[in-house]
Write a protein that binds this ligand. Sequence first.
Ligand SMILES: Nc1ncnc2c1ncn2[C@@H]1O[C@H](COP(=O)(O)OP(=O)(O)OP(=O)(O)O)[C@@H](O)[C@H]1O
Ligand SMILES: [Mg+2]
Length: 174
Amino acid sequence: MGEHELRLLAADEATTKAVGAALARILVPGDLVGLAGDLGAGKTRLVQGALAALGVREPVISPTFMLVREYEGDLPANHVDAYRLAGATELEDLGVEEVFTPDAVVFVEWVDRVLAALPESWLELVLQTRPDEVRELVVRPHGPAWQARYEQLEAALGPFTGSMAHPDPFPDAG
Ligand SMILES: Nc1ncnc2c1ncn2[C@@H]1O[C@H](COP(=O)(O)OP(=O)(O)OP(=O)(O)O)[C@@H](O)[C@H]1O
Ligand SMILES: [Mg+2]
């Protein structure tokens, strides 16, 4: 584990949503995407982009005061915000097996607060805000399910890797 990771850049809010949408295209029920990063790093924006791509038509708001919101798009999707949780035990008391169901794609904001409640395989996304407001994202697969899908992940998120660090050297070609 930790052998592979992807580093992405998102220059603006729309790009952060596009990262979520690109990721959503390879998600299947039972997948858990955990997001970490400071207040305002863009966790909810990324989930909004993902849920829109999953066909959720209703507005996606931060579930901070509700803890979990359940959506029905093309797939069922659960959106958890662990910000106000004391820790994994509190999530377990709320019925972790229902929230982390194999029937839904699950997104967890502030995942670092509930690490002990996570399944073996999950996808970690860490967002960091640079002084210029660009977001740096580190994508880290955990467990056998994601190790097996690393190439798929790389293909889906490839367009966002280092696109700003390595601008097209031949912008006028072809
Ligand atoms: N490159 C960017 N990507 C994402 N959001 C950006 C970017 N640049 C500026 N923003 C702004 O940063 C904010 C991100 O808010 P968002 O609610 O997604 O963060 P969050 O990580 O979910 O915060 P919280 O910890 O409060 O849940 C928005 O106001 C958005 O407009
Ligand atoms: Mg949020």
